[in-house]
Design a binder for this molecule. Structure first.
Ligand code: FPP
Ligand code: MG
Length: 330
């Protein structure tokens, strides 16, 4: 397995826009307030669990690239994007019956499915309250489209679950919708709030490709990393019906694996723990992880090539975030 990059680019980027990121954190905290106690309790539990805040970070850096924007406005939009992301994770962990997220028991594991879904709904609607308060039709349209695509992506993934003959293209289609669209929206919003409308599409393209790289790494890490590193269940994607790129690549090279995966898909899950470990090892041995990382690196390179000229430090940080997405250790 090739060496992973350190989390350093992430920290460097966060330092560059530190005051803006602190404003995002304050806005998140404020927007989590509700007199229905379960909302701030569960909201703070999941939002405060130390996510990477990649999406607000990309929004801020993208705005800085084109000369910046009002800190207050960016904080509200950053909080809105992080809320939509968090709402999707709350729902996703219910759909996937996951018991761990960000290194601790998942919200559904602690409070149950109903509370998780409903607090997810709150975060989602609070996000749109923040967006409506911003009022810019371009912002609203970008976010509404992204959220539609996000929900479609998750439904598409469900509809295609346990389809062992899934192609790379079909797999990428799901990834673009369920994950990359929110990165796309974050990068595009940065250009919009900075008034650089002529660069909005290039930034959308940058965010989309970075987002694909990010999810491809997530899919690679599912087969490559230990649970302690990932902070969430690993080697579970196939068990949940997800036919991801490491598996697709490995199945092409290993007919015995391919045959076994078809049996697992027909059965609707692993027969036992030994089978799960066997699949994980065969995927690793057939180079499925490396091939997926290589694919992620191609998307990161395409993302970087789309970055318009602008403020140098922001440009460098965005480029490094694209590389980090394709080689992140967690
Ligand atoms: C994680 O994928 C899931 C997503 C990136 C998107 C989830 C989207 C929804 C549940 C629908 C939209 C909902 C709202 C409220 C807008 P994964 O399961 O592959 O990753 P994981 O390993 O981190 O769980
Ligand atoms: Mg999941």
């Amino acid at each position: 397995m090739p060496p992973m990059s350190s989390p350093e680019p992430l920290q460097k980027a966060q330092t560059l826009v530190a005051s803006g990121m602190e404003a995002v954190e304050r806005r998140i905290d404020e927007a989590l307030r509700s007199d229905v106690a379960m909302i701030p309790t569960i909201g703070r539990y999941i939002v405060g669990a130390g996510g990477k805040r990649m999406r607000p970070l990309i929004l801020l850096l993208s705005a800085r690239l084109f000369g910046g924007a009002s800190e207050e406005r960016m904080a509200a939009l950053g909080a809105a994007i992080e809320f939509i992301h968090t709402a999707s994770l709350l729902h996703d962990d219910v759909v996937d019956a996951a018991d761990e997220r960000r290194g601790r028991p998942s919200a559904n594991g602690v409070w149950g499915n109903q509370a998780s879904v409903l607090v997810g709904d709150f975060l989602f609607s609070r996000a749109f309250e923040l967006l409506v308060a911003d009022g810019d039709p371009d912002v609203l349209q970008t976010m509404a489209q992204a959220t539609n695509a996000l929900a479609e992506g998750e439904v598409l993934e469900l509809a295609r679950s346990f389809q062992a003959d899934m192609t790379q293209q079909q797999c990428l289609e799901v990834i673009e919708r369920k994950t990359a669209v929110l990165f796309r929206a974050a990068a595009k919003l940065g250009a919009i709030v900075a008034g650089a409308h002529q660069h909005a599409e290039a930034m959308a393209g940058f965010g989309m490709r970075l987002g694909v790289a990010f999810q491809l790494m997530d899919d690679a890490l599912d087969y490559a990393s230990a649970r302690e590193e990932a902070g969430k269940p690993v080697a579970h994607d196939l068990g949940e019906g997800k036919i991801t790129l490491p598996l697709i690549h490995a199945m092409r090279r290993d007919p015995e694996l391919s045959e076994r995966v078809r049996a697992i898909a027909d059965r609707g899950g692993y027969a036992d723990e030994a089978e799960r470990i066997w699949v994980r090892e065969r995927v690793q041995r057939a180079g499925g992880v490396e091939a997926t990382i290589a694919e992620a690196e191609r998307f990161a390179a395409e993302a970087k090539a789309l970055l318009p000229e602008g403020e140098q430090k922001a440009r460098q940080a965005l480029a490094q975030l694209a590389d980090f997405s394709a080689r992140r250790p967690f």
